[in-house]
Design a binder for this molecule. Sequence first.
Ligand code: 13P
Ligand code: 13P
Ligand code: MG
Ligand code: MG
Ligand code: MG
Ligand code: MG
Length: 360
Amino acid sequence: GKITVTVIKADVGGFVGHSSVHEELLATAREQLAKSPLLVDFHVTHVGDDINLIMTHRQGVDSEEIHKLAWDTFVACTEVAKKLKLYGAGQDLLADAFSGNVKGLGPGIAEMEFFERTSEPIIVFAADKTEPGAWNLPLYKMFADPFNTIGLVIDPKMHEGFKFEVLDLLENKKIIFNTPEDLYDLLVFIGAPGRYCIKSVYTKAGEIAATSSTQRLNLMAGRYIGKDDPVLIVRCQSGLPAVGEALEPFARPHLVSGWMRGSHSGPLMPVSVADATPSRFDGPPRVIALGFQLADGKLIGPQDFFADKAYDRAREMALMIADYMRSLGPFEPHRLHLEEMEYTTLPLVLEKLKDRFVKA
Ligand code: 13P
Ligand code: 13P
Ligand code: MG
Ligand code: MG
Ligand code: MG
Ligand code: MG
């Protein structure tokens, strides 16, 4: 039968501030998941202050039981976070109670169901201090750029190209682009990652290849949610990008939105789990990549890919870019455009100064 890989993440309390997750929360999450008879296997990790529950099961996508398991796990972790008075305890649990599906309730989710191949290498990417649009550029490189993925040129099974499902987060619409035919049209949209996000990538035959935690923006608790610290699952090899082709886009850190107070642009730095502790100006934004071989749903791994020395130069470059961006202080484009800022004082300042604005 088919196997489902579900990754659900939430920030239910930072240790310290927004930099990491306290070990007691990770232990609580592992205890909770270990009790479930529904899971074939699981792995609990974190990037920055976000807990990632990586789960395999046979319940399919959008399973109420699996989503409830994740929700209840985060609720249990929130209790611990409250006891330890961690920062922002329960921050991403925006609803009072679970109601059928975690989508729109605060946690981020990426999941896919497929027939496990003879060998099934997958990579779970998770990022902190950024938003789902951060995956646009790397997904484009993995599945559509022959300068990144030589398989598009020399592997007959990849030469046909792929299908990209893109969400318009503002209008709640989606569209499928075929590559390489629609390359230029695709780039018009995904080059604006604050609004247009790649949700999934499929082979031309319709097989799922990658999926992200991109979801429609929901207005909850008086603010938009659905743009938070994202996760991404990518299947590799045999007609899909090789593991090294899926990792290669992160060798040159690109600028993403997030960082301090979710209101800045900065480089996405690839790091090991041990180094996934954003601190400088609450950053710079981090990404981890955990590799697993599935074996009848068992998660054999993880391989902590960005611990590899080959990513040292990417980290150096990210730190150089971080120095430069920080030197701009409160000026754009380090600070995001007004309409993109998560916590903006603009309305208050405008109100205070309204009598001092006169006709020019
Ligand atoms: P191996 O010969 O090590 O299996 O490598 C094959 C390959 O496709 C590398 O990208
Ligand atoms: P998180 O979304 O990771 O909690 O970050 C929020 C923030 O304000 C960082 O400065
Ligand atoms: Mg936080
Ligand atoms: Mg976070
Ligand atoms: Mg954030
Ligand atoms: Mg967050």
